[in-house]
Write a protein that binds this ligand. Structure first.
Ligand SMILES: NC(=O)C1=CN([C@@H]2O[C@H](COP(=O)(O)OP(=O)(O)OC[C@H]3O[C@@H](n4cnc5c(N)ncnc54)[C@H](OP(=O)(O)O)[C@@H]3O)[C@@H](O)[C@H]2O)C=CC1
Ligand SMILES: CC(C)CCC[C@@H](C)[C@H]1CC[C@H]2C3=C(CC[C@]12C)[C@@]1(C)CCC(=O)[C@@H](C)[C@@H]1CC3
Length: 336
């Protein structure tokens, strides 16, 4: 049986680079599913992958992780098409309306925190969130809750006795405990919904391991490092793409001090690709796997302990289950 691998947000950036790397390693024994919200972009990505790997089995799946109904119909489609799902990459993500604090950035450049600031983006970025048509905060819904619901819906194909399946979250080094509040898990009140959603994925991954390992389902989180993609270009919208390219020599220089500057989607996908080859039972649930690139341009993956604890992850998990039951109830009422 061919292994089935589903990647959310697979039409660009790190998700697409991961697909390319997976097919380069093994283009014939995999069934790759590109789960994307925009079918035109998904078809473009699929065509590009098939050009370099003509024998590959690549399928498309319409999925908008910010929409409850889209997640439910996408999961239904997966269960109809496949009787197993070996790898689920939870990669789709947004950082909408970013506000870059230029003053804090230049202040930080001349402080002892400069390396941390450049590696994590801490203290220089905030975002303005929106509300989805389901009434959820958009960043929370897209980056976290839609993925949570997808996992719950896909339980029948993810959980099997005698076989393991892996969930791999694209989290971030920008995930900070200080941005997350158990009393406000959707981050209605703060200005760092992105950081909060990524911290939430770290907590959720831990809780999933607690609840699902016995059923053969394992979860891990990775950080791709700082990668030049449409997400990062969006941080300085008035800064044309070619100026980012002109900054590359500066970024290569910074890489000498912080290996988090992976910069290309290929490098950023290192940890995602590395986990594909690992036995999930050997992975530490409290660790984040970081894609790193050395000053000489060599890629490697480094495990680093996360700032998470079991108690908080359990409380958060219960809150997600409650929210899941609320949204399902609302959906039923809408359908009647
Ligand atoms: N770039 C970086 O430096 C870092 C990125 N990350 C994370 O990596 C992941 C990939 O981002 P990256 O490759 O950089 O950025 P891209 O913008 O290139 O990729 C994001 C992908 O997510 C998709 N997506 C966004 N919203 C939704 C949605 N509602 N439903 C389905 N798909 C959606 C996008 O689709 P579409 O084309 O339709 O917009 C796109 O395919 C994200 O989770 C991001 O947070 C983490 C740390 C650093
Ligand atoms: C124009 C200036 C000369 C250079 C500006 C650089 C900043 C825009 C970047 C420096 C560190 C970057 C960074 C991120 C975004 C862009 C920077 C702030 C992230 C926050 C992107 C998303 C993530 O998840 C983090 C891991 C990134 C950390 C570094």
């Amino acid at each position: 049986m061919n292994k089935v691998v589903l990647v959310t947000g697979a039409n660009s950036g790190i998700g697409l680079a991961l697909c390319e790397r997976l097919l380069s390693q093994d283009s014939e024994d995999l069934q790759l599913v590109l789960a994307c919200r925009n079918m035109r972009r998904a078809q473009g990505a699929c065509a590009a992958l098939l050009t370099s790997h003509p024998k590959a089995q690549v399928a498309l799946l319409q999925l908008d992780t910010s929409s409850i109904s889209s997640v439910i119909s996408a999961a239904r489609e997966v269960k109809l098409r496949y009787n197993r799902l070996d790898y689920l990459y939870l990669n789709a993500g947004i950082m909408p309306n970013p506000q870059f604090d230029v003053k804090a950035f230049f202040k930080g450049l001349f402080s002892s925190n400069v390396v941390t600031m450049l590696a994590t983006g801490a203290g220089i970025l905030t975002q303005k969130d929106d509300v989805t048509s389901d009434g959820l905060q958009e960043v929370f819904a897209t980056n976290l809750f839609g993925h949570f619901l997808l996992i719950r819906e896909l339980e029948p194909v993810l959980c099997h006795t005698g076989r393991t399946s892996q969930l791999i979250w694209t989290s971030s080094i920008n995930a900070h405990r200080s941005a997350f509040n158990l009393e406000d898990v959707q981050h209605l009140r703060g200005t760092q919904p992105y950081s909060s959603s990524k911290y939430a994925s770290d907590l959720l991954s831990l809780a999933i391991n607690t609840h699902y390992n016995k059923q053969g389902l394992f979860s891990s989180v990775i950080c791709p490092g700082f990668v030049m993609t449409s997400l990062t270009y969006g941080i300085l919208p008035s800064f044309p793409a070619f100026l980012w390219t002109l900054l590359m020599p500066l970024f290569w220089l910074i890489r000498m001090f912080t290996n988090n500057f992976t910069l290309t989607p290929y490098n950023g996908a290192e940890a995602l690709f590395g986990l594909f080859k690992q036995n999930p039972e050997s992975l530490d649930p409290q660790v984040k796997y970081h894609s790193l690139t050395s000053g000489l341009g060599n890629n490697y993956t480094q495990p680093r302990k996360m700032d998470v604890d079991l108690e908080t992850s359990e409380v958060f998990y219960d809150k997600l289950l409650q929210l899941e039951s609320d949204v399902r109830k609302k959906l039923k009422e809408k359908q009647i």
